[in-house]
Design a protein around this ligand. Structure first.
Ligand SMILES: N[C@@H](CCC(=O)N[C@@H](CS)C(=O)NCC(=O)O)C(=O)O
Length: 205
């Protein structure tokens, strides 16, 4: 299977961390993509009309997107403990945690686009503040209500949080998200050292 890929995307990273944790990363051929909301990558668009990554093309040429669908699919492709619990409240807690982390990543990616793609004099500061507020309240929620699940058995939810925090450190190094969230900071310090996280880290510098 082929994955349209960029090392800077937190969503691509999420599916790759899952693949590493599941021991199936070597089954995925990574195809470099230049997904961009303005200069669209036609190689991606031809497979996924939204032009977004991750996009996964299976061996029978069927196409899966977005990252939540790809992650759920990859979780069916290994024999180990599922990273999305099969049923019950644990399943929906893991998926809700993933949704929370993905929402944080979405807001951070949108801020990044506003800051890098829009002319400075046309930027909408109120809109930027709104996206930053989402990031802030999502981080607060993780610290206040999710630490027990974050420190429990590994799930896709934890992976999504690790990738969202990694993206904040990568693109918004000036934001000190750790100071007011010591438990989350401590959890991430350990989580970021997992081989799956180290193997998928965004470029340095
Ligand atoms: N909800 C999507 C979000 C994916 C996403 O926004 N990917 C970005 C890269 S980080 C992208 O492809 N941007 C190009 C665009 O917005 O057209 C998912 O979970 O896969």
């Amino acid at each position: 299977m082929k994955l349209f890929f960029s090392q800077t995307s937190p969503f691509v990273r999420k599916v790759m961390v899952l693949a590493h944790e599941a021991g199936i990363a070597d089954k995925i051929e990574k195809v470099s993509a230049a997904a961009h909301p303005i200069d669209r990558d036609e190689n991606v668009v031809i497979q996924n009309p939204l032009g977004k990554i991750p996009t996964l093309v299976l061996d029978d040429d069927s196409v899966l997107f977005d990252s939540r669908v790809i992650a759920a699919f990859l979780d069916t492709q290994h024999e180990g403990t599922p990273l999305i619990p099969a049923s019950g409240i644990k399943r929906f807690a893991a998926l809700t945690l993933e949704a929370l982390a993905d929402g944080l990543s979405d807001a951070a990616v949108l801020v990044r686009y506003e800051l890098t793609l829009r002319d400075e004099d046309k930027r909408n500061q109120a809109w930027l503040n709104g996206q930053m507020a989402k990031i802030d309240t999502a981080l607060d929620e993780l610290e206040a209500h999710w630490m027990e699940i974050l420190t429990g058995p590994l799930t896709l939810g934890q992976i999504a949080v690790g990738c969202a925090l990694g993206y904040l450190d990568f693109r918004f190094a000036d934001i000190d998200w750790r100071e007011a969230r010591p438990q989350l900071a401590g959890w991430y310090e350990t989580f970021a050292k997992r081989p799956s996280m180290e193997a998928t880290a965004p470029p340095q510098g």
